[in-house]
Design a protein around this ligand. Structure first.
Ligand code: NAD
Ligand code: UDP
Length: 311
């Protein structure tokens, strides 16, 4: 099969490209390298079935360069709050004009197209844990809105292309995912805490640390994305690890697992920071026969090993 991965040089994208190549597929990575890292995909370049096309999804697709494809995974969008808030207008464009370009290209090819959606579409959820039927609680005006609302309209566009053109679509609502290849400077909590811990610097907890997140190890997530793409399920599916931890729990685990002497300091909580987040993954279990198998402690150990090598 020939598969296009937009955002293929990023954290999740690079794993996905590797996974798809190992299965014998031909893979094209299309990326504007805003947050993508060439080192992530360097080992893949030796594979003749792998091709990289530098391109911004906001611009018309280089149709001739890409050629025909069977499947498209659309991951092109900065994912960490500091990166997606760096230029909110560009983030919205990636999720609107960029998504339309991806969908038009899928239509041209008759390709199945998967959207990397997010738990952020639930905003600061009033329902717990979050099921796919929950419609969300998002502030349209806040600093996270460029991402949250962008991803919401992307889902709308996917569904409208499906309704209007019968395009085969898939939508994965991805919950916080972590692992090796995360950008150490992306400001996300796992990368921040591990970097700080390994340098014996204070771990920066925003707010009181009582807010919760559910952390999924990258290998588990990639298997889920692949299963979803190769299912025939049209509606959104939560993919994440339902284990729920406070940010303070996470800080303490990271300090312990990295044998660090770091202390904890408290900083201001960013605006609209969700209080609780935990996926209900019953649908993924039933429709995809998928569930994560790597627990937080094991995943953190592997991630700490990686960061030890790059810091
Ligand atoms: P990442 O920032 O590491 O990767 C995003 C990739 O997209 C980068 O390679 C970047 O250069 C590229 N990109 C950004 N804008 C682009 C554009 N306009 N045109 C072409 N390429 C562009 O982030 P990630 O964690 O790998 O996330 C990948 C996808 O998964 C994103 O769409 C994100 O919203 C989604 N997601 C991730 C998580 C997570 O916890 N990692 C959770 C929910 C959803
Ligand atoms: N966070 C924190 N310290 C950090 C980075 C993040 O306490 O150095 C908190 C952040 O406020 C949020 C949680 O950790 O409550 C997860 O943040 P992240 O940016 O990783 O993901 P998101 O908020 O998008 O889930």
């Amino acid at each position: 099969m020939k598969i296009l991965v937009t955002g293929g040089a990023g954290f999740l994208g690079s794993y996905l490209c590797k996974f798809l190549l190992e299965m014998g597929n031909e893979v094209i990575c299309l990326d504007n390298f805003f947050t993508g890292n060439r080192d992530n995909i360097k080992p893949l370049l030796e594979n003749p079935k792998f091709k990289v096309i530098p391109h911004d999804v906001i611009n018309p697709f280089p149709v001739d360069l890409i050629g025909d494809v069977d499947q498209i995974y659309n991951l092109a969008c900065p994912a960490s709050p500091i990166h997606y808030q760096f230029d909110p207008i560009e983030t919205i464009k990636a999720n609107t004009q960029g998504v339309i370009n991806v969908l038009e290209f899928a239509k041209l090819n008759g390709a199945t197209v998967l959207q990397a959606s997010t738990s952020e579409i639930y905003g600061d959820p009033l329902e717990h844990p979050q099921k796919e039927s929950y419609k969300g609680n998002v502030n349209t005006l806040g600093p996270r809105a460029c991402y949250d609302e962008g991803k919401r309209v992307a889902e709308t566009l996917f569904m409208d292309y499906h309704r209007k053109y019968k395009l085969p679509i898939r939508m994965a609502r991805i919950f916080n995912t972590y692992g090796p290849n995360m950008d150490k400077d992306d400001g996300r909590v796992v990368s921040n805490f591990i970097t700080q811990s390994l340098k014996n610097k204070p771990l920066t907890i925003y707010g009181k640390g009582s807010q919760t997140r559910s952390f999924c190890y990258v290998d588990d997530l990639i298997k889920g994305l692949h299963k979803l793409m190769n299912s025939d399920y049209i509606n959104p599916v939560n993919l994440g690890n339902p284990g729920e931890f406070t940010i303070l729990d996470l800080a303490e685990k990271v300090i312990k697992l990295s044998n660090s002497e770091s202390k904890i300091i408290y900083k201001n909580l960013p605006e609209d920071d969700p209080v609780r987040r935990k996926p209900d993954i019953s649908l993924a279990k039933e429709t995809l026969d998928w569930k994560p198998i790597i627990n937080l402690e094991e995943g953190l150990k592997r991630t700490i090993d990686y960061f030890e090598k790059i810091i």
